[in-house]
Ligand binder design. Structure first.
Ligand code: SF4
Length: 288
């Protein structure tokens, strides 16, 4: 049965530019600082297997800033808050390697600029996601708001005549469709609206390709960390088109029953999924 499976892998599956950059910086750090202890602040990317691999070469994760007194700290690809960045930069015995993705950095700069210009900043994203926590910190607290759906837009934006100046941006890994929906909803506000599409192309390209695959395959596998927002989004989107869509972290999560009666299997992977995990899944599918 399994030998008849046709497998199609999305060309965009796996590491994006920002993740590759962060992992390269981490891999080079031991050569650059051979005598220093190297740590990442939070998980460098949202993939537990990659985090474990780095830990095995001595680059461990810490979550408490008080543990970062000396040595080298690598700032994760999702970025950190402005206050934490300032605090780390002031520690005399600590070297900071900033692996914040340049696209996340751009979104942070937009929040700061629009907030300084007096705009009410709306961040479309997940309140608890580290990238969003970082983005909020760049805005004026009274005028920076996180929303996740059209209903979260404050009603007064639509009723107060010409008093609102709104700047909208999004978490870089959000769904393009949701962003478009929010822009449409905001078009009827009474004041000024500025929209910044900060969803990165790595995210939107993966989403479009995975959706195309989900349309023509009769089963989808999405590989990536369960804590990876962009992997979860891929899974959600694919499930809407193809209910037989499964989110797995590694080949060990595969279940033979998923493929009974199936002929075409589409595979996509989040932006933080390494090639070796994708290869592992392919190998297991061949051996099922
Ligand atoms: S998904 Fe986009 S924003 Fe996030 S790390 Fe990758 S390139 Fe950067």
């Amino acid at each position: 049965m399994v030998k008849k499976l046709q497998i199609e892998i999305a060309a965009t599956a796996g590491f994006c530019f920002g993740v590759k950059r962060a992992i390269n910086l981490a891999n080079k750090a031991p050569d650059k600082y051979p005598t220093l202890q190297i740590r990442t602040f939070g998980p460098i990317i949202h993939n537990p297997q990659v985090v474990n691999q780095l830990a095995s070469i001595g680059i461990k994760q810490v979550d408490n800033i008080n543990e970062l007194v000396q040595g080298v700290v690598i700032i994760r690809s999702h970025g950190i808050t402005k206050q934490l960045a300032q605090e780390l930069a002031q520690r005399p015995n600590l070297t900071v390697i900033d692996a914040t993705c340049p696209y996340v950095r751009r979104a942070q700069e937009i929040v700061a600029k629009m907030s300084d210009a007096g705009y009410q900043v709306l961040i479309l994203g997940e309140l608890d996601h580290p990238e969003v926590t970082g983005l909020i910190s760049y805005g004026e607290p009274q005028r920076t708001l996180v929303i996740s759906k059209p209903d979260d837009i404050p009603a007064e934006f639509f009723t107060k005549p010409n008093s609102s100046r709104i700047a909208l941006l999004a978490q870089t890994t959000l769904s393009q469709q949701l962003y478009n929906k929010i822009v449409l909803s905001l078009l009827t506000i009474k004041g000024e609206l500025r929209c910044f599409n900060t969803i990165c192309t790595a995210t939107s390209d993966r989403q479009s390709e995975a959706l195309e695959l989900a349309k023509r395959c009769d089963c989808m596998l999405i590989i990536g960390g369960r804590n990876s927002a962009n992997t979860n989004r891929l899974h959600e989107l694919c499930t809407e088109r193809q209910p037989a869509s499964y989110h797995i972290e590694t080949a060990e999560d595969l279940k033979a029953k998923w493929f009974i009666g199936k002929q075409t299997i589409g595979i996509s992977a989040g932006a933080s999924t390494p090639k070796w995990l994708i290869d592992g899944v392919l190998k297991s599918l061949e051996n099922l």
